[in-house]
Design a protein. Structure first.
Lengths: 192, 395
């Protein structure tokens, strides 16, 4: 049996299952007459099937009919499918729980973590200096504000680009003032 | 044999049951009352004693705003000097409390660009402080605060502290303010008992960030200055320059501390500024020069030096540097002492005359202490070189 090629084995299986067309059956019959190896393989396959059928019969003596066997098979398949559904649900639940745990863990770490002390750079701007639209005379007025945000002086510009540049510089000035007031200045570069 | 075994098992079961009952009944036991912590109480007592010992030589000082700080803040507006509206200019000057520029005569028309110019070549960074005002008052244990007695006075708003150096009334302030910013005005100070004393400006040094004042009358007990820096991990009392309050803590020798550092023997170890450290002996040296000359007469090397901070990307490019403190030479002036000695831009300065230089203030003090041929240790590429430079003190 083992020295018969695999496609011939499949062909013999189909032959025994009556799964071949009439012309294919005729071809197999012709080969069986010509090829003793194939003939031996067919005999061996028949014997195996008989042994399996006998064993099956001994295990399920009460299942004498084909319908009963189908029912058993369907029950087994249903059991198997049920188990698969349970396992799939459990895996999905575990994945969701892991996601929730990761999210919560990340949230806790994020809350507990404090950013390192900033070494340099501007502090977050408290007062934004925006450039308002021009007045009737086409003048852009950038406001200088005090600590409370009250306008204490106004710088006029005729060009929008210039007004924007001044507003940016004013913001940098405000940030540096806050740095000096709230921080500890250190000399890090000098001529010697 | 079997009886003895069953008796042992029975005893074990009873013992286990009894232990479980005792464990369950533990919370029901009566409160034993407040526990004593003799070691912490002793630490508390000694902390207060240490603070009392040093506070006799500590003053709260109201320094005028330094010009360099105004200059640092105003620098972004420098280019608008001539284009500024007079009212905007006046308000900016009011906000910065800048004196009128020389020759203008009035506070309304000074040239902003004159008033805000930064000290030449000096670069500052600002390290943000924790807001001490928001912190709750705590017991003076580790991490707690001890505060100088100060009577509330709306006309007196101290912004730093000073250390009494001698019986002549010389007070060293760990902050830099220019002579022009103080002028002839008196600087107001308060002793630890709240008594008010006026002082005059003697001199200041930008590179070490120190200012020397002289009190009109001598009061208090001079502090003692230590020679070296504290060992990492030792207990120190850190006096906040903001309000003179003291905190007992562990000296990490890193970037976390800022203030006047007092060792457990009561000596002032030095001044820490978030990674920079000026030892007590260096403070004494600078104070002596300020007393004598009104300025520090340090030799001129002819280099622009930048501190390599712990987060400097250069440390990744230069593995030999590791965690070692160093300073980078960014520029060498032609025909200067540094140029003649062969120093080059990119060299990393490691030590002066065998003493490791850790930051700009300690380097400034090391240079101030020496004259004549001096050996500098330099890291160039992958080679550590010894370079001899001739330091000539300024007259």
């Amino acid at each position: 049996m083992s020295d018969v090629p695999e496609h011939d084995q499949r062909l013999l299986e189909a032959y025994l299952d009556d799964a071949l067309s009439a012309s294919e059956v005729q071809l197999v019959d012709e080969r069986l007459t010509r090829e003793p190896g194939l003939r031996e393989a067919l005999v061996a396959l028949r014997n195996q099937r008989a042994i399996r059928a006998a064993a099956w019969q001994s295990l399920h003596e009460e299942q004498t009919s084909g319908e009963e066997l189908v029912r058993v098979m369907r029950r087994a398949v249903a059991r198997h499918e049920g188990m698969r559904r349970v396992v799939r649900g459990a895996r999905l639940g575990a994945a969701m729980a892991a996601c929730v745990a990761l999210f919560c863990g990340g949230w806790v770490i994020r809350s507990a973590w404090s950013p390192p002390a900033r070494v340099a750079g501007p502090l977050p701007s408290r007062v934004r200096h925006s450039v308002p639209p021009p007045d009737a005379a086409g003048i852009y007025r950038v406001a200088l504000t005090d600590e409370a945000g009250q306008v204490i002086a106004v710088q006029p510009f005729t060009k929008l680009e210039e007004a924007r540049r001044f507003a940016d510089d004013l913001e940098r000035y405000e940030a540096r003032r806050r740095e000096v007031r709230q921080g500890s200045p250190m000399l890090v570069s000098d001529h010697f | 044999m079997r009886i003895a075994r069953s008796a042992r098992a029975s005893i074990a079961r009873w013992a286990a049951t009894l232990a479980a009952l005792l464990w369950l009944a533990a919370p029901l036991r009566a409160d034993p009352g407040p526990t004593t912590r003799p070691l912490l109480e002793e630490l508390n007592r000694q902390t207060r004693e240490l603070y009392r010992q040093v506070q006799g030589g500590v003053f709260r000082v109201q320094l005028p705003p330094p010009r360099w700080a105004s200059g640092y803040a105003m620098a972004p507006l420098d280019r608008w000097g001539k284009k500024l509206d007079p009212e905007v200019r006046r308000k900016l000057i009011e906000e910065e409390r800048l004196p009128p520029a020389p020759g203008t005569g009035a506070a309304t028309q000074p040239a902003v660009s004159d008033a805000v110019s930064l000290a030449p070549h000096a670069t500052y960074i600002v390290v943000r402080q924790d807001r001490a005002d928001d912190e709750p008052r705590r017991d003076p244990l580790l991490g707690g605060k001890l505060e100088l007695d100060a009577k509330p006075d709306p006309s007196f708003s101290p912004n730093t502290i000073g250390l009494l150096m001698d019986d002549e009334g010389d007070v060293l302030v760990p902050a830099y303010v220019e002579r022009e910013a103080v002028g002839e005005q008196l600087v107001r100070m308060a002793g630890s008992d709240g008594s008010r004393i006026n002082a005059r400006f003697v001199g200041s040094d930008r590179q070490t960030g120190l200012t020397l004042l002289r009190a009109e009358k001598s009061a208090g007990k001079p502090v003692r200055l230590a020679e070296g820096r504290p060992a990492a991990g030792s207990l120190v009392l850190c006096l906040s320059p903001r309000d003179g309050s003291g905190r007992l803590g562990l000296w990490t020798d890193g970037g976390g501390e800022s203030g006047v550092i007092v060792a457990t023997d009561g000596q002032v170890a030095g001044v820490a500024r978030y990674g920079q450290f000026l030892s007590g002996s260096a403070c004494k040296l600078i104070a002596r020069q300020l007393m004598e000359y009104g300025a520090v007469r340090r030799a001129t090397l002819g280099v622009l030096i930048t501190e390599i901070r712990a987060d400097d990307p250069l440390r990744r490019q230069q593995p030999l540097l590791g965690r070692r403190t160093a300073m980078r030479i960014d520029q060498v002036i032609k025909d200067s002492a540094a140029d003649k000695a062969g120093l080059k831009p990119g060299d990393l300065l490691l030590a002066v005359a065998g003493d490791a230089v850790t930051d700009i203030p300690s380097f400034a003090a090391a240079i101030a202490a020496r004259s004549g041929p001096t050996e500098l240790q330099v890291l160039r590429g992958e080679q550590v070189l010894a370079v001899e430079v001739d330091l000539r003190q300024q007259k």
